[in-house]
Write a new protein. Sequence first.
Length: 364
Amino acid sequence: MISFYSIKKSDKKIKTKIIKSIKQVIKKNNFILGKEVFDFENKFKKYCNSKYAISCSNGTDAITLALISLNLKKDSEVIIPAMTYASTFYAVVNAGLKPVLVDINLNDPLINFEQIKKKINKKTKVILPVHLYGSVVNIKELKKITKNKNIYILDDCAQAHGAKHLNFKRVGGGNVSDISTFSLYPGKNLGAYGDAGIITTNSRKLSERIRKIRNIGAAVKFNHELIGYNNRLDTLQASILIHKIGQLDKLNKNRVSISKRYFAEIKNQNIKFLDYSPNSVFHQFVIRLNKRNLFTKYLKKNKIEFGFHYPHTINQMKYFKKNFGNVKFKNAEKLAAECVSLPIDPMLKSQEVDYIIKILNNFS
């Protein structure tokens, strides 16, 4: 069986270092906001070229904390794409704000700017684009839409660790968006061995608020200045991530190389490719097919793992329908019905990629 993604293989070379770091944390008995947490934050902010990085419990909480830090009125609206993981939507709800869905572009599957323009009103306070599959939203063009409108841009970078904008600045760089959030879930390009997340910004004010909010409202223990939550990154996960960030660029490069082979060598009229941004890191390599059920059975028969990202749009979720009504988003729903994610494990061997391409080309 060709695996979809194997953390074990990706981390083989740094396994000894990770185990040593874990043992050191246990020995020091400092599991909450230990030195390793701040060391990782410093490494990550330098990697993204951001002034501040604040770690937290997971990617969903990262978005929620970022939104809460903006101190918006409860009827404020946050524009998000209809095609994203449910966490993007629930993070807005958890922050007490109103999510407003817009459709995506069908081919590049990123949020549609023309649809954003139609949804902006006086209550719009945040636009939350998602760099889906590791493909990067054009934030420079998005800023033209929000100019002089007092609207924040908060980008969800959960699938884009190390990806770059057209100006070659990394996502999460503090001078691109107002604030950026990352999930560090195990299956991400940069993932912990459990839940984890991190937020970047160039705003000192926002960074200080987030640090307090994630730590039960306190910058200093027992000095609770505002309403907060228990959303800290634990020291054990930070001690692992310190080592994993060092191999991120190499693993991303492997993903890009595999993707280039897929684009160049898969020649099957049943398979439709998506348009990825020039500096994508290919968190997922997603294709579209009309015969999806037949195709996935074919992959199973030929022992190739696959995924769906995502089989349902946000508006198709039961909770959304109940609370926001029955609305349609043509492009997002079409992608959800046709998408299949191919193996993009950065440790795939050349002969395994050969096999995947051969099997896909023989599908009819």
